[in-house]
Design a protein around this ligand. Structure first.
Ligand SMILES: Nc1ncnc2c1ncn2[C@@H]1O[C@H](COP(=O)(O)OP(=O)(O)OP(=O)(O)O)[C@@H](O)[C@H]1O
Length: 308
């Protein structure tokens, strides 16, 4: 038994066509947290979630949900997780009440113990309990999916890209509900493309890129890295080593006369970095910078790894 809500060890997936979506990913989701799984399109997030859900077979590696190995104890593993899928798929002729009752039946929950109305209320759908699912808005459907995933009261709830197509107000309501579930003890895993979304909600963030884990850190640590910016400078002459100046976090030689300077944008700006370089006697021919975004975090993380 582990004390992780989810434990993934060297998880690998190569699809039938030969595409490798996961190249050996390992991480733990600590119990009680809201955990963000971030990555760009095609990074492998859905593959990982679908393996946990039992919808995709892994090629190698291990996964445990609430201490239950998905191969050795598939039923217990499945009972321990609720998944809100990316795609909205419903039978359009069922009402929200029926959809939850059927889901309860699938998990073998006796009628008297089902919490259909309580769940519908929690996701602000009690007034739509008897409406056809096809008459619900996109946001309502998504909230119904959350309720459906919670029918068997799993200790772990996974939301796969939950805010696609959800407007700002509903998103806030959804987050309020997610926070409430978490406060009552549910471990939440959230996959998203958006750093802001993850930083607003998550205690910890893991990032996957091209099927590899490139970060797994408390949100505050990761955000500090997002404060790092890189400016690439071409100098007027060749140099043997990158200059080390106090306001730089790091400087690296990229070519005979090109250096990449990493700085903290909450401490200095690009102008101050260039002035410091000038003041130290370096003539500047060209400069390029990028806006800090998730891509920057990726870059700084991948270059950290390369340097380590
Ligand atoms: N059934 C499949 N057969 C073959 N390749 C697949 C299959 N499903 C996903 N892939 C490929 O595996 C890689 C990872 O896809 P995955 O859907 O896991 O990424 P993702 O991070 O969830 O992206 P998105 O946010 O767009 O859903 C992609 O290159 C994708 O094309």
């Amino acid at each position: 038994m582990t004390d992780a809500a989810i434990r993934i060890q060297d998880l690998q997936k190569t699809y039938a066509g030969g595409k490798t979506a996961l190249h050996g990913v390992s991480f733990d989701v600590p119990r009680g947290q809201i955990f963000g799984l971030l990555g760009p399109n095609g990074a492998g997030k859905s593959t990982l979630i679908n393996i946990l859900a039992g919808l995709v077979n892994k090629s190698a590696g291990k996964a445990e949900i609430w201490g239950f190995d998905i191969d050795e104890h598939p039923r217990n593993a499945k009972r321990s997780i609720g998944i809100v899928p990316q795609e909205i798929l419903f039978d359009p002729f069922f009402t929200p009440r029926e959809a939850l009752e059927i889901q309860g039946g699938l998990y073998g929950i006796p009628k008297a113990e089902r919490k259909t109305m309580e769940l519908l209320k929690a996701v602000y759908l009690s007034d739509k309990a008897d409406a056809y699912a096809r008459s619900l808005s996109g946001g309502m459907k998504r909230r119904l999916l959350v309720a459906k995933a919670m029918v068997h009261t799993p200790p772990v709830l996974v939301l796969d890209e939950p805010t696609a197509g959800v407007d700002v107000e509903l998103r806030q309501q959804l987050w309020a509900y997610v926070r409430e579930l978490n406060a009552r003890g549910t471990t939440v895993v959230l996959t998203t493309h958006y750093l802001e979304e993850a930083q607003e909600l998550c205690d910890r963030i893991a990032i996957i890129n091209h099927g590899r884990l490139i970060a797994n850190e408390p949100t505050t640590t990761l955000l500090a890295k997002a404060q790092e910016k890189v400016v690439e400078v071409t100098l007027d002459r060749d140099i043997a080593a990158a200059p080390d100046i106090a306001c730089f976090e790091k400087s690296e030689l990229k070519g005979d006369r090109v250096i990449a300077i990493t700085y903290h944008k909450d401490k200095v700006n690009a102008g101050e970095v260039l002035s410091a370089l000038n003041a130290a006697g370096y003539g500047i021919i060209d400069v390029s910078t990028r806006e800090a975004d998730l891509e920057d975090v990726f870059l700084s993380l991948t270059s950290d790894r390369a340097a380590a």
